[in-house]
Design a protein around this ligand. Structure first.
Ligand code: KIV
Ligand code: ZN
Length: 519
């Protein structure tokens, strides 16, 4: 059996489907391209039948992919499968992933008997295989399905043409030894098992997703399904960075190989955190802010003597530069460009110019400028000037212990300065009300999130604002040492994007069905 393990990334499907993590069309395209560049074998780009927006995103990702296989999800019915194929058939390497819940509980959802379900599996996998040579089939909630029935339906799927059999631990219920036994047992018992790839798809409800996935690989699985930062519903999915770095770092006991360029991990982790609005916890394995920080005196001393005393992975292996202290206010543009390139950002001239101006402003206000500060600056510099109908020119808030607070704002709207004052419950609410007075809109605030980029009272705050109007989503981000200023800019950036997107789409982007609706 080969030692090569395929990495199947489902950030854009299972990850994105978790409540609150919805990404916009452009954000999905950006993440897909980063996944492709980093060497992911299969990208599950979405669930095409869910909505027009999902279909369009999967379809564009399929057109743009350079080397990854592009996979779409479909429930066990012809309409889903045909729609999925329409979305992905333009890819250089397309894959249909069809599934049905096989456990006693999940069988009740479509209300089929065991025999009826077996027939449905035969028919739908056959349909998928008639369209596409590369078909993945999943018995959802496999880890709570009776073994005999599981073997029976997997055999049917293989005979009908499935080329990958995925074993989902849908509710994060299994444990490493059980995960390994299940995969080993299926490979031993199911006729035809040696002709297909077995995959493992774990959820992290009990914090065992990484361990369960690796145990499955040791038992013979050769595809791991995972997401960046472990993004996903409830406690999330297996984290790509964890399984990949575990196999790389402990290759002595996990002698499996992937094609992942691990130096791209930090950058994509940051981008997924930014566009999903799901921040990475500081002590998260591999990508957390503290994963390579050594603060205690004893650790620092040991690190200076030999980094291997406390570091099992080198920061540069995951794309972190050796030191996180950047330049001072005298650093030039070339140094900034090279530092940003180290961090994985390849900015165009205009964007670099914008980041450079703001870097200088920041360096004047803040004692030390760190890598994370620079990353934050790049986030709100991406605005296309053509999209900038609104711009924050001036903001002053009056706040204190006595409500209401008030905000005095000047916005440049399509080149003309306009001023308003409004009150609100807190400085941010007052600011948003003032913006609304100048630019009335029906968009609803879906997410408002503030993160301190580094430590200290002079730290920058990164603010993420997500707005929704008629099913169209737009996210705005901004960083500033003043949280209210960052909030105003992020709010305005979201409104600008929403307007551009509405113009581009000219229709709705409403999610219509969920993959959990039935089989
Ligand atoms: O967790 C799960 O069972 C899934 C399936 C659709 C594969 O995501
Ligand atoms: Zn899942």
């Amino acid at each position: 059996m080969s030692d090569r393990v395929l990495i199947f990334d489902t950030t854009l499907r299972d990850g994105e489907q978790s409540p609150g993590a919805t990404m916009s069309h452009d954000e999905k395209l950006e993440i897909a391209s980063l996944l492709d560049e980093m060497g992911v074998d299969i990208i599950e780009a979405g669930f095409p039948i869910a909505s027009e927006g999902d279909f369009a995103a999967v379809n564009e990702i399929a057109k743009a992919a350079k080397s990854a296989t592009i996979c779409g999800l479909a429930r066990a019915n012809y309409e889903d499968i045909d729609r999925c194929w329409d979305a992905i058939k333009c890819a250089k390497s397309p894959r249909i992933h069809t599934f049905i819940g096989t456990s006693p509980l999940h069988r009740q959802i479509p209300n089929l008997t065991m025999d009826e379900m077996a027939e449905r599996i035969h028919d739908t996998v056959t349909r998928a295989r008639n369209l596409c040579d590369n078909v993945q089939w999943s018995p959802m909630d496999a880890t709570r399905t009776e073994w005999d029935y599981l073997c029976r339906v997997i055999e049917i799927a293989i005979k009908a043409g499935a080329t990958t059999i995925n074993i989902p631990d849908t509710v994060g219920y299994t444990a490493p030894r059980e995960s390994a036994n299940l995969i080993r047992g299926l490979i031993e018992r199911v006729p035809g098992a040696d002709e297909v790839v077995f995959a493992t798809h774990c959820h992290n409800d009990l914090g065992m997703a990484t361990a369960n996935s690796l145990a499955a690989v040791e038992a013979g699985a050769r595809q791991i399904e995972c997401t960046i930062n472990g993004l996903g519903e409830r406690a999330g999915n297996t984290a790509l960075e964890e399984v990949v770095m575990a196999m790389k770092t402990r290759h002595d006991i996990l002698p499996f190989d992937t094609e992942i360029d691990t130096s791209k991990i930090m950058h994509i982790s940051r981008r997924v955190a930014a566009v999903s609005g799901f921040a990475v916890q500081p002590n998260k394995a591999v990508v957390g802010r503290n994963a390579f920080a050594h603060e205690s005196g004893i650790h620092q001393d040991g690190m200076l003597k030999n980094p291997q005393n406390f570091e099992i992975m080198r920061p540069e292996d995951v794309g972190l530069s050796a030191t996180s202290l950047v330049m001072g206010k005298h650093s030039g543009r070339a140094a900034l460009r090279s530092k940003l390139a180290d961090l994985g950002f390849d900015l165009g001239d205009n964007q670099l110019k914008d980041v450079f101006v703001r870097f200088k402003e920041l360096a004047d206000r803040k004692k030390e400028v760190f890598d994370d500060d620079l990353v934050a600056l790049t986030r709100d510099s991406g605005a296309d000037p053509a999209e900038e109908h609104l711009k924050v020119k001036f903001l002053r808030v009056v706040c204190g212990t006595q409500a209401p607070q008030s905000a005095d704002i000047t916005l440049t709207i399509d080149g003309v300065d306009q001023q308003a004052t409004a009150q609100g419950d807190g400085p941010v609410d007052a600011t948003f009300n003032a913006v609304k007075e100048l630019y009335p809109h029906k968009a609803k605030l879906q997410l408002y999130q503030v993160h301190a980029v580094t430590e200290g009272t002079d730290a920058q705050a990164t603010v993420t604002v997500r707005m929704e109007e008629d099913g169209i989503l737009a996210t705005g981000e901004s960083a500033d040492t003043d949280t209210v200023v960052a909030s105003a800019k992020a709010y305005v950036a979201a409104l600008n994007r929403l307007r551009t997107r509405r113009e581009k789409l000219g229709g709705k982007e409403v999610r219509e069905v969920s993959y959990k609706d039935a089989g």
